[in-house]
Write a protein that binds this ligand. Structure first.
Ligand code: PMP
Length: 422
């Protein structure tokens, strides 16, 4: 086995030291199956964090589908092949609200970038509205609107940000918080119009995952949608984190949030680790974009990706993974709330389905160091989790959806111990 020190040294002289590693002492993983990962020294870790291996690490059905199709045909969409049509029909059957067409990409960033292009084409405007603590990808236009991650790119002149409130952290009455947030949105819209950019799109994650899953005022999300539309803009739901049944209540985060977007972008769990992404939209939007742009993406929509994507949806359906996420999530939240009652430094328990968090605060102030200690204490107990939010003070528990009733007690027991230790 290559030691961590040696591997890090070689890594630093090849891909450089700037790709972040988890943990003070990083984990060197060698294999994974289901919701368990194995480290180079043979230790096993329970995965309470990774949403990409959605139906489980190295899932048999997905790996079989991938290998079989890779050994048969892998080609681009300039040739006819039924795979991508079969998959598209299956994927689109999970959407309502006239969202019945799909473009493919290879990453969440590509999907968001394309959604922005479609919105610009449709509206003729360039102005964008995003939350003031968000991340949507790596391209230059997405870097220009990144507010929740270190980036050297300054915010674009055509970008306005909206502070997403959290009622758990805001002592004001809910109605006041709602009114203030919408007033801020109105100001952003006016500012874009006055500057001549107009409103092209408002792009946000319906769960506000990066923001730390804030508790929102009732009706905020639908009100954002209607104000952006009234200003002539489109609404893009970034479902890279919220999609594919993550919340347990709905397959799509926009339905969970009670909103109807014009465009939905997705990635991460879509291919269970195989790089694929998509933009789902309406026929009118697809036709409008398509008639002005010859859109071709070399790898996107290839039959191997389609086979993998289909296997993911089939596995979810047959194993009833969304329903399981709902049941397990409810069970976990009961314990999370007990933890919040028991420990002064836990402000609230939050989340839905298999996306759960604990918000840490000391004397009303966010406590990121404490959250960090808990993440490390969980690692010591061989359970992987992480943290999110404006101050990185919210624990992020977001296991593969293949997480089972036998694993939940292990995670809860570890968390109980970790919270008592810090
Ligand atoms: N949107 C959201 C909400 C994300 O969490 C991410 C990835 N962290 C992206 C977009 C970008 O996806 P990718 O890394 O596949 O380009």
């Amino acid at each position: 086995m290559t030691s961590n020190a040696e591997l890090i040294a070689r890594r630093n002289t090849t891909i450089g030291p700037y790709s972040p590693l988890f943990y003070t002492e990083p984990l060197q993983m060698v294999s994974a199956k289901g919701v368990w990962l194995t480290e180079a020294n043979g230790d096993r870790y329970l995965d309470g964090y990774n949403n990409v291996p959605h139906v489980g690490h190295s899932n048999d059905r997905v790996v079989r589908a991938l290998c079989k199709q890779a050994a048969t045909l892998n080609i681009n969409t300039r040739y006819l092949n039924s795979r991508i049509v079969d998959y598209s029909e299956r994927l689109l059957s999970t959407f309502g609200h006239g969202l019945d067409r799909v473009f493919y990409g290879n990453s969440g960033s590509e999907a968001n970038e394309l959604a922005l292009r479609i919105a610009r084409q449709h509206t003729g405007a360039t102005g964008l509205i995003v939350s003031d603590y968000s991340y949507h990808g790596t391209t230059i236009s997405l870097a220009e609107m990144t507010t929740g991650l270190k980036t050297r790119e300054p915010l674009g002149a055509h970008v306005r940000t909206l502070r997403i409130p959290d009622l758990d952290r805001d002592p004001r009455p809910e109605a006041e918080v709602l009114a203030d947030t919408l007033a801020e949105l109105d100001t952003a819209i006016e500012s874009l119009q006055e500057a001549g950019f107009g409103v092209s799109a408002c792009l946000f994650d319906p769960l506000f995952s990066t923001e730390g899953m804030p508790r929102l005022p009732e009706g905020l999300v639908p009100a954002i949608v209607s104000r952006v539309r009234a200003a002539g803009g489109l609404v893009i739901a970034d479902e890279v984190q919220s999609g594919f049944g993550r919340t347990g209540t709905h397959l799509w985060g926009h339905d969970h949030a009670g909103m109807i977007p014009d465009l939905v972008t997705m990635g991460k769990p879509m291919g269970n680790g195989h790089p694929m992404s998509a933009v789902v939209t309406s026929e009118a939007m697809l036709d409008e974009f398509g008639s002005h742009n010859e859109f071709f993406n070399t790898f996107a929509g290839n039959p191997v990706s389609a086979a993998v994507g289909e296997a993911v949806l089939l596995e979810m359906e047959e194993e009833q993974l969304m329903q399981r996420a709902a049941t397990l999530g409810e069970r976990a939240l009961v314990s999370f709330r007990e933890f919040a009652d028991r420990h002064d430094f836990v402000r609230t328990a939050k989340g839905s389905g298999l996306f759960l968090g604990l918000d840490f605060a000391i004397d009303g102030e966010p406590a990121p160091q404490l959250a960090k200690q808990v993440v490390e204490a969980m690692k010591k107990r061989k359970v992987l989790i992480s943290r999110i939010g404006r101050n990185e003070s919210v624990l992020k528990v977001r296991p593969p959806l293949a997480f089972g009733p036998q694993e939940l007690p292990l995670l809860l027991e570890a968390l109980d111990g970790a919270l008592s230790e810090v």
